[in-house]
Design a binder for this molecule. Structure first.
Ligand SMILES: Nc1ncnc2c1ncn2[C@@H]1O[C@H](COP(=O)(O)OP(=O)(O)OP(=O)(O)O)[C@@H](O)[C@H]1O
Length: 228
């Protein structure tokens, strides 16, 4: 990203959500994004994920320039390269865990077997359960399996543990770490749980629409070692 800006609205009501962000993210990194509410973290993630467009500046994914893509190209980018995990799991209540994952694998180019994705997140024995029969942490793991099953290069996670207690949150972070370690997926995590920073390669601090500081961790901790 070079000089990335995003302004919502215009004139006196304009909100400068991003004021010029420069950042390079390496393949297979885990980066944690911290910062106060309204500092631009979600806006940043949404632009990188092809869900929103920048006002100015550049965002590149390898050789592809996201900031020059039209809607169709962004859809293709999202479909082929990107997985999302949000605070609320957005599962289809009338479909089983396996069927929720199949919704994605049926339209992906190079998907994983849905059962394999659910095994990866530790739900190999809950394939035929409906969301209502699963705990919050388990539902989030189904959402991660769904995001991972299309074998994305990057997983964007916006408050993935926001609705979970600390022990369950840690288990979900463990799953994200497993995905990173086993598949080499780059993982970006927005969180208000600052302790999560310990599992990152880099911690990116946002303030007022800009990156205030990037801190490298010499050693990243296993999710289960994180003190919440
Ligand atoms: N669609 C929108 N229209 C207008 N303003 C918006 C829109 N989306 C975000 N904003 C504003 O942009 C700024 C940055 O919002 P953003 O959601 O990126 O912050 P954040 O750091 O992710 O906050 P939080 O931690 O509360 O989720 C905020 O002032 C927000 O109100």
């Amino acid at each position: 990203m070079k000089g990335l800006t995003k302004t919502y609205g215009e004139g006196r009501t304009a909100v400068h959500a991003l004021r010029g962000v420069d950042l390079e993210i390496g393949r297979s990194e885990i980066d944690v994004l911290l910062g106060p509410s309204g500092s631009g973290k979600s806006t940043f993630l949404n632009i990188l994920g092809g869900l929103d467009t920048a006002s100015s500046g550049e965002a590149w994914f390898g050789q592809q320039c996201l900031t020059e893509m039209n809607d169709r190209q962004l859809t293709r980018y999202r479909r082929n390269h990107v997985g999302f995990v949000f605070q609320f799991y957005n599962l289809m209540p009338s479909l089983t865990a396996r069927e929720n994952v199949e919704l994605v694998t049926e339209i992906a180019d190079n998907p994983m077997d849905p059962d394999e994705a659910l095994h990866l997140v530790g739900l190999g024995k809950r394939l035929d359960h409906f969301p209502a029969q699963l705990s919050g942490g388990e539902q989030q793991r189904v959402a991660i399996a769904r995001a991972v099953a299309k074998q994305p290069d990057v997983l964007f996670c916006d408050e993935p543990t926001g609705a979970l207690d600390s022990a369950t949150g840690r288990a979900v972070l463990r799953v994200l770490q497993d995905v990173n370690e086993r598949l080499g997926t780059t993982v970006l995590i927005i969180t208000h749980a600052a302790a999560t920073a310990a599992m990152a390669d880099r911690v990116i601090h946002f303030a007022d629409g800009a990156i205030r500081e990037v801190v490298m961790n010499e050693k990243r901790l296993a999710a289960e070692e994180i003190e919440w």
